[in-house]
Design a protein around this ligand. Structure first.
Ligand code: H2U
Ligand code: ZN
Length: 346
């Protein structure tokens, strides 16, 4: 593997990333993030996601005991947008009406338990909720794509520590899944093989970027990772969407989500922030033989619980750049326990 500057290709997005392995030792005098408090109460009377509490607009949450799903009170996309005519007729200034539905999925009534600390059956319930909501939204005529995601931690702009995820669904295929549809379709048409399955087979052979593997899923720091501890989680089976998973695969998914997130928390002994989300095949009712259900984890931390990677100057103006290699990042994650969370280890 390269020891000096090089670039790597992401076959899913067909974009390049710059890798500078020699740069990880540079001194840091820059911004230091606030360490998040490690002790939250099981119930917070001021939390708008806790059971029985009031949300914005005065709606009261039920005294829920499992997962809890509601339509986002401040949805970025609205279901019935009037079809506005664009007054701007210049071809360089295109705009279109866009509609959709946004929901919030609370993992459990517990204000203090994030994915790595939830019991496996509870994580399975979360997967079931994501699946049920995805099916419900995808069945609508006006929905072309369903994005399940979790923004975790204040550095990721998460507004509330109560463990929750979001689902945004809309009438067009957004940019990132559109790139992945094009690349996976081309690969499948040329080889009759699935791009992500071929990729994961090779990662299992090479082994140096593996983070966690179980019967039905493999997690790697991808060869083309942008974020320092980025993870790509890929299903082994034929599932293109969450509702294609059988019950054994759902159990396996819960298991690997827990393993990945325990390793993440153990890395800097902090509740590890990230944006994660599932890329499911478009909600067009077609089979999508080219598509493999997968999830991306994009965590911002670089050196410690308080020093993050900034995507700024060169990254904004040219292309993404990383310092530690994906191989080093994967090795550091592999060296940590994936069964004992640092908080329970005392
Ligand atoms: P984040 O913390 O991941 O940003 O998500 C919280 C979401 O909850 C956010 O999208 C919604 C916000 O719009 N929300 C409600 O729907 N009702 C509320 O009373 C507060 C926040
Ligand atoms: Zn809460």
């Amino acid at each position: 593997m390269f020891t000096s500057s090089h670039r790597r290709f992401n076959p899913l997005t067909r974009e390049w990333v710059m890798v500078s392995p020699h740069r990880a030792k540079r001194p840091w005098l820059g911004q230091v993030e606030k360490r998040t408090s490690d002790s939250l109460p099981a119930y917070d009377p001021d939390c708008y996601l806790c059971p029985g509490n009031e949300r914005a607009g005065g709606i009261k949450n039920p005294a829920y005991t499992g997962t809890f799903v509601f339509d986002n009170d401040f949805s970025a996309l609205l279901p019935a947008v009037p079809h506005e005519k664009d007054e701007n007729t210049h071809p360089l200034m295109k705009a279109e009406s866009e509609s959709g539905i946004c929901r919030v999925v609370c993992f459990s009534p517990r204000h203090d338990l994030t994915l790595p600390e939830l019991d496996l059956p509870v994580i399975q319930n979360v997967i079931t909720a994501w699946t049920r909501e995805s099916v419900d939204l995808a069945a609508r005529q006006d929905i072309a794509y369903v994005q399940v995601f979790e923004n975790k931690g204040a550095v990721m702009g998460c507004s509330n520590p109560h463990p929750h995820s979001q689902i945004w669904s809309q009438s067009i295929l957004p940019n990132e899944p559109a790139k992945e549809l094009a690349s996976q379709t081309d690969y499948f048409n040329q080889s009759q093989k699935k791009l992500l399955h071929e990729y994961i087979k090779e990662e299992q052979r090479q082994k140096d970027r593996l983070v966690a593997v179980n019967e039905y899923f493999t997690a790697v720091v991808p060869f083309w990772a942008i974020w320092p501890f980025e993870v790509l989680l890929v299903g082994h089976g034929s599932a293109a969407r969450l509702n294609d998973l059988n019950s054994a695969e759902v159990e396996s998914l819960a298991d690997i989500l827990k393993r990945i997130t325990i390793r993440y928390d153990n890395l800097f002994e902090t509740s590890f922030p990230y944006s994660m989300g599932f890329h499911q095949a478009p909600a067009d009712g077609l089979e999508h033989k080219e598509w493999v259900l997968h999830a991306h984890f994009y965590p911002p931390l670089l050196r410690s619980a308080t020093v993050k990677k900034f995507m700024v100057g060169y990254e904004l103006l040219c292309m993404p750049q990383r310092d530690i290699t994906p191989e080093v990042a994967a090795q550091r994650l592999r060296e940590l326990s994936d069964s004992v969370h640092y908080r329970s280890a005392g």
